[in-house]
Design a protein around this ligand. Structure first.
Ligand code: ATP
Ligand code: MG
Length: 356
């Protein structure tokens, strides 16, 4: 029997509700297939910070190293500055394990009332690839003369040839693996004339190795309009850390709710475990009330299974998710319904178990 070692890190807020729900789905997969999952739960996040003065232990990455994958919830706490929670946990893992590709599929799931009324369900089927290791979020910069009239601050965006080339290559490969074989490379090379021009140049170089992929370029500002006005003209999309961060929130909203969108932080070379998580944050406003939509986490579980090469299991979970979203009785409040996290979880688990 095949056994996978899975680390679960619920983190903060509704992460503590949706990650256990995701684990239940994996247990339902195990109960109805030849797979086994060995879970280890890590209680890192805001509570850990209050007790230990850090978001995760210094040797935390060592504890995760031997895992096959990580299921993550959310890091964010209203009493701790955002940059501390982000850099102290999520980004520490992403950077420590060089998970340089952040992958975000977006589709309008069956039964979801999405805001673009002119858009049919098949018109919006994207995967956004976000550069996840450098760029605008490289952490380099500083502040001087704080509190004085001459105060100044910088956030330096670092783009390396190695970093840009590997993310573009990953995006071209992903585009090639999808039926439409189409990639849009997003930059802002009209205004940012150094690193962004380098992106355009490297994109053309990498593209030469993928003659069967149709690709085009778009400026990030024009891209926001294209996503709304002509969604069917897009398929695979690649952009920098900052640009793709913003575009993928727009994509999630266009697909109906932040609560259903998943993401994977991938180490394509498989040197380290990759990490899967819903894109939403800790959402303290709804924490502990059973209102959290677990679908974003379940879809992340689908990505996790795909990454492990367990395509049949992944398809079963995805089919169960769409059967549940198709039923308005099983919509949580963010989708305009009244179902609880537990009800949605039970429904998905029952379908996964029953479809074996
Ligand atoms: P963070 O600071 O960690 O990003 P946040 O409080 O900004 O957390 P987000 O997750 O970014 O919260 O989401 C914004 C709002 O969207 C939340 O306050 C919540 O009301 C709603 N929301 C987010 N995720 C979900 C979900 N899974 N289910 C239901 N509502 C959600
Ligand atoms: Mg937020």
């Amino acid at each position: 029997m095949k056994t996978y070692k899975i680390a679960t890190i619920p983190g903060d807020g509704i992460g503590k509700e949706v990650v256990p729900a995701g684990r239940e789905v994996l247990e339902a997969v195990a109960a109805s297939s030849g797979l086994r999952f060995e879970f280890e739960d890590f209680g890192w996040g805001g509570d850990w910070f209050r007790a230990h003065g850090e978001m995760m232990p210094a040797n935390g990455l060592e504890a995760l190293k031997g895992k096959d994958a990580i299921l993550f919830g959310s890091a964010g706490d209203p009493h701790i500055p955002d940059h501390v929670t982000l850099w102290g946990l999520r980004l520490k893992i992403c950077q420590g394990f060089d998970q340089y590709a952040n992958v975000r599929p977006t589709r309008i799931l069956r039964g979801i009332d999405a805001p673009l009324k002119r858009c049919g369900p098949d018109d919006l089927n994207w995967v956004i690839v976000r550069e996840n290791s450098e760029g605008e979020y490289s952490g380099v910069g500083g502040r001087v003369h704080q509190g004085h009239p001459i105060e100044a601050a910088t956030d330096v965006s670092i783009m390396t040839r190695v970093g840009v080339e590997r993310i573009l290559r990953y995006a071209f490969q992903l585009a090639q693996s999808r039926p439409r074989k189409q990639l849009t490379v997003v930059t802002k090379s009209n205004a940012q004339r150094h690193a962004m021009v380098m992106w355009d140049e490297i994109a053309a170089e990498v593209a030469a190795g993928f003659p069967d992929v149709h690709w085009d370029k778009e400026l990030v500002d024009a891209m926001t309009a294209r996503m709304v006005n002509k969604p069917a003209t897009l398929d695979t999309i690649v952009a920098t850390n900052l640009h793709a961060d913003i575009l993928s929130d727009l994509a999630a909203a266009l697909a109906g709710s932040l609560g259903i969108a998943p993401t994977g932080n991938i180490d394509p070379e498989r040197r380290y475990p990759s990490m899967f998580e819903p894109i939403h944050g800790s959402a303290f406003d709804i924490m502990g009330k059973g209102l959290a939509n677990p679908v974003g986490t379940f879809w992340s579980v689908v990505m996790l299974l795909e990454h492990l090469g367990e395509h049949a299991a992944a398809q079963r979970v995805m089919a169960a998710i769409e059967q549940v979203t198709a039923d308005p009785q099983l919509h949580t409040r963010d989708l305009g319904g009244r179902a609880t996290t537990a009800q949605v979880t039970q429904a998905v688990c029952a379908l996964v178990a029953g479809s074996a």
